[in-house]
Design a protein around this ligand. Structure first.
Ligand SMILES: Nc1nc2c(c(=O)[nH]1)N[C@H]1C(S)=C(S)[C@@H](COP(=O)(O)OP(=O)(O)OC[C@H]3O[C@@H](n4cnc5c(N)ncnc54)[C@H](O)[C@@H]3O)O[C@H]1N2
Ligand code: MOO
Length: 403
């Protein structure tokens, strides 16, 4: 059994790019829904963001100071506070105190900032003078957008600034593709979750990574589940989750305690990817149930698990979120990176102005390199050395610049 499993990996491993594309294609975008703004962060706009009305809706002051009419000096005839509604129009030679953002009275020709105002007497009956030019420090109605203008296309991620814009537009809900739900099943009899590793004890290093990775990839992490090395436990856990993507760590190879493929077969799942030609991370696997739920097998070696999540996991999540596979930026590798003859190497690197520099400690059982890196350099297979490489960001939420 073990020998057959190993041979299957050796022969059926897909090239890294093909595997990533297949994981993307294997997922189906989630159905759009309407969410209140407070629940929409991290989702993706399913329809363009259109301004229902002009912003700002009225002419507003851009400064704390005086709304003035005509050339000064002006008699101060009123006070406009932030919460004042429409106030009496100004006539030539009149001014009123005003605060930033308040609607200017009709007749205002400019706003004179406090620090430029020369006030001759305190109070409403006083006079004010100062230099102004027509229209100065007035934010015109509609200067940010007109009613009916499209501000963002569908497919844009709802980052906090998008929520702020939606609120500015007066919207209370957004039509979005919601965040996928991701379950994490961390398997291994040897795993402990407190204290140090030792003989027969391995401190779980994958569980602590997954919630942050999932959330940075634009999904919601279900509470982590720790499982013993048991096919029955795995079958039960795979059955009892309605997550869109189920991560299973430490069960991907062909050893006696690696139950993932048997559990998937028992449940009738379709094995879509059975190994990827990359180092580390080659035993990763992707399967799909009839109901569309995806299962990603993360190899137990921690860097291998991380590379598998960033390779297949992020690709599947992008599609669930209705998004394309982002192209990866290319950077020079001044010192060169040795290629593997048949597999894509994923090498932890720092990204600097001259290009990328490997940080070392990139063995599949180590996280030391990745912890001090910005990205994984994607080194295509080949006979020699790469002098440029694509970059797979270690932060799956990062927007790659320059692509
Ligand atoms: N006969 C074969 N053996 C192995 C193969 C193979 O193709 N044939 N592939 C090797 C590679 S490469 C990897 S990667 C691992 C994948 O192993 P599994 O996914 O089955 O995971 P385990 O065997 O349970 O664990 C491997 C290794 O990782 C440690 N581990 C597991 N989970 C965690 C965790 N949550 N935190 C920290 N460390 C973890 C585990 O203790 C083992 O040391 O298989 C190779 N072998
Ligand atoms: O391919 Mo394994 O995932 O190198 O450790």
């Amino acid at each position: 059994m073990q020998t057959a499993g190993m041979r299957r990996h050796a022969t059926s491993a897909l090239p890294w790019d093909a595997a990533r594309a297949l994981a993307h294609a294997a997922a189906t975008p989630l159905a759009p829904c309407s969410l209140p703004l407070a629940d929409a962060v991290g989702s993706v706009l399913a329809t363009p963001l259109v301004a229902p009305s002009a912003v700002p809706p009225v002419d507003r002051s851009a400064m704390d100071g005086y709304a003035v009419c005509g050339s000064g000096p002006w008699r101060v005839v009123g006070v406009v506070k932030a919460a004042s509604g429409l106030v009496r129009p100004l006539e030539d030679g009149q001014a009123c105190t005003i605060v930033t953002g308040a609607a200017i009275p009709a007749g205002t020709t400019a706003v004179l900032p406090d620090e430029e105002a020369v006030v001759s007497a305190a109070g409403q009956a006083g006079m004010v003078a100062g230099p102004v030019s027509s229209g100065r420090h007035i934010r015109r109605a509609g200067e940010e957008c007109a009613a009916g203008e499209t501000l963002l296309p569908a497919g844009v991620a709802v980052e906090p600034q998008v929520l702020g814009l939606a609120a500015t537009l007066g919207l209370d809900r957004l039509t979005v593709i919601p965040k996928p739900l991701v379950a994490s099943l961390v398997t291994g009899d040897e795993l402990v979750h407190r204290g140090p590793s030792g003989p027969g004890r391995v401190r779980d290093a994958i569980g602590p990574m997954l919630p942050g990775l999932i959330s940075r990839a634009g999904a919601t992490a279900a509470p982590l589940v720790h499982l013993p090395d048991s096919r029955t436990a795995l079958v039960d856990a795979l059955t009892n989750t309605d997550a869109h993507l189920i991560l299973v760590s430490g069960s991907s190879a062909s050893g006696p305690a690696d139950h993932l493929r048997a559990a998937l077969a028992a449940l009738g799942a379709e094995l879509i990817i059975d190994g990827v030609a990359c180092r580390p991370g080659h035993p990763q696997a992707l399967a799909r149930f009839d109901d569309g739920r995806l299962v990603l097998g993360l190899p137990g070696n921690p860097l291998a698990a991380l590379t598998a999540f960033l390779t297949l996991g992020v690709a599947a999540l992008q599609r669930l979120r209705g998004q394309g596979l982002p192209p990866l930026p290319v950077a020079p590798v001044p010192g060169g990176l040795a290629c593997h003859p048949h597999s894509t190497r994923l090498v932890p690197v720092r990204v600097g102005p001259q290009g990328v520099v490997p940080v070392g400690h990139g063995g599949s059982a180590m996280l030391r390199g990745a912890a001090g890196a910005d990205a994984l350099a994607v080194v295509d297979p080949g006979p020699a050395e790469a002098i440029a490489a694509r970059l797979l960001p270690l932060d799956p939420g990062a927007r790659p610049w320059g692509v």
